[in-house]
Design a protein around this ligand. Structure first.
Ligand code: HEC
Length: 474
């Protein structure tokens, strides 16, 4: 038996050249002491592989067409074998990839691994970051529920505010002047064909560069990078002290990636993908979407910013940010690499990380956006001796979505003012006008409510006492 196996192995290797295929890995030397800090990049790549596998699995069942996308996702989520798990893994894999990519980038920056001769690695990395973000973003829309769609629409609207070319970009993204079936098709094509293709090419090139220029050695205070001598020095160092990438360094990558896999599987299994909110309502232009966590901070930034400067920030923000990122290896490609000797660089990156974290914190609390999960109003509010009309008003207040933005008895959204005492501020007519016409951040309900609904709402709002904490249904 052993003999047969040995023979088989020999045959396969002779004809298939597997050991030859592995040879570059075994002979490729890496600097000694490249410790756990170096695992972020390979873990990002590992997440990408998870995304490809789960993405293909999802595409077996997902139908990128406006009328059935939502139903097909519900089928995946509720009926398909392992469907909900795979959707969860794809979702958490995306989060993992964005997170690990961020860590990888921070690590490279802190250790100044972008300096000579690895500038091109940094530049392709910046492109990879952009495309990863675009992938995350286009993926959100494919969810084709209210949240996914509206996050995308808001972003397209923001694109539309870019001077001169904005409208064309938005038109191109949405596949028309508004969101519709074409939008879904277009995002699907971008998410599964266009951007993955670019991503794979860039990843391939990025990896090629890692092999060609070698992994940067751990920085040491006082050891400066000099483009004139660096390559010779690096070669000599490798010859003297280098260790083979396989197996001396790769085991750390493998262990860490396995850990990432365990965490992602656990998250996918126990937490799962975000619940599908509800089919998108393309007429409800005022819905306020909650984007996935890695975009929350951008939404927070825009929500906090005065409206007048938004257009400029949308245009110049990414432009300046992108240019700076590109410029980093050109601004300083030699000299000290140790973070201990680059206090300003470290202060800068800490400042950026802190700002993003605090914006993110504000963003997840999102005081400006409606609370779609507010409890039904009738659970904690009643009007003493309510007329039938007022009781209906309580129901409507809840069902047509007023509660998402307005508090009654300190429950509900805080995008609009609390309405418990509105009868003291406004007359009946003023309330009607407000509901029918809406306001800057309130949808106009004129066409959406029947006469009865409107008058029920108003008589509820006009009620003197809306405090009755006793539930109606009892
Ligand atoms: C998307 C969030 C949102 C929704 C949904 C919403 N509103 Fe508003 N509403 C607001 C905002 C914001 C204001 C403040 C507008 C302003 O004055 O600039 C407001 C103002 C009001 C006011 C005036 C309050 C005052 O003190 O001036 C009334 C009354 C009102 N809304 C009733 C309703 C009713 C009834 C509904 C449901 C049919 C509703 N709103 C749905 C956001 C919302």
């Amino acid at each position: 038996m052993k003999k047969v196996l040995h023979k088989l192995g020999k045959w396969a290797d002779d004809r298939g050249g597997f050991s030859e295929l592995m040879k570059p890995l075994k002979t490729h030397l890496v600097p000694p002491g490249s410790a756990w800090n170096y695992v972020w990049g390979s873990a990002t790549l590992f997440c990408l592989i998870i995304q490809v596998v789960t993405g293909i699995a999802l595409s077996f069942l997902y139908q990128p067409s406006a009328d059935v996308a939502y139903t097909s996702l519900q089928y995946i989520e509720n009926q398909a074998f392992l469907g909900s798990f795979i959707r969860g893994l794809h979702n958490w894999g995306a989060s993992g990839m964005v997170f690990l990519m961020g860590m990888h980038m921070i690590r490279v920056y802190i250790f100044a691994a972008y300096k000579y001769p690895r500038e091109m690695s940094w530049i392709t990395g910046v492109f990879l970051m952009a495309i990863t973000i675009v992938m995350a973003f286009t993926g959100q829309l494919l969810r084709w529920d209210n949240n996914g769609v509206w996050s995308a629409v808001v972003a397209a609207e923001q694109m539309g505010r870019i001077p001169i070319i904005g409208d064309s970009i938005a038109y191109f993204l949405l596949g028309g002047s508004t969101i519709g079936g074409e939008t879904l098709n277009r995002f699907f094509a971008m998410h599964v064909f266009l951007f993955p293709a670019i991503l794979f090419m860039l990843v391939g090139y990025h990896l090629f560069l890692v092999f060609r220029n070698g992994i940067s050695e751990p920085p040491k205070i006082g050891r400066l990078v000099d483009p004139k001598t660096y390559r010779t020095w690096y070669e000599n160092m490798l010859q003297k002290k280098g260790v083979p990438f396989f197996p001396d360094a790769i085991w750390r990558d493998a262990v860490f990636s396995a850990l990432v896999l365990i965490i992602l599987v656990a998250l996918a299994w126990f937490v799962g993908a975000p619940a599908l909110t509800s089919p998108p309502d393309l007429t409800n232009v005022n819905a306020d979407p909650k984007p996935d966590w890695y975009f929350t901070w951008i939404f927070a930034l825009f929500a906090l910013m005065p409206r007048q400067i938004e257009s400029y920030v949308i245009f110049f923000g990414p432009l300046i940010g992108g240019t700076l990122l590109f410029a980093i290896p050109f601004l300083s490609n030699k000299g000290e690499r140790s973070p201990l000797r680059r206090p300003w660089a470290i202060a800068g990156v800490s400042f950026i990380i802190l700002s993003i974290c605090s914006l993110w914190y504000i963003g997840i609390r999102a005081p400006w956006s409606p609370h779609f999960d507010a409890e039904p109003l009738s659970e904690y509010t009643s009007v003493p001796q309510a007329t039938e009309e007022q009781e209906k008003g309580i129901e409507y207040f809840n069902t047509v979505g007023c509660l998402y933005c307005h508090k009654i008895n300190s429950h509900g959204g805080i995008r609009g003012p609390e309405l418990t005492q509105v009868q003291n501020r406004l007359t009946r007519e003023q309330i009607i006008i407000r509901i029918v016409n809406g306001a800057e951040n309130m949808p106009a309900y004129g066409g959406a409510l029947s006469k009865e609904e409107l008058s029920a709402l108003v008589s509820f709002l006009m009620a003197e006492d809306k405090s009755g904490a006793k539930p109606l249904s009892e």
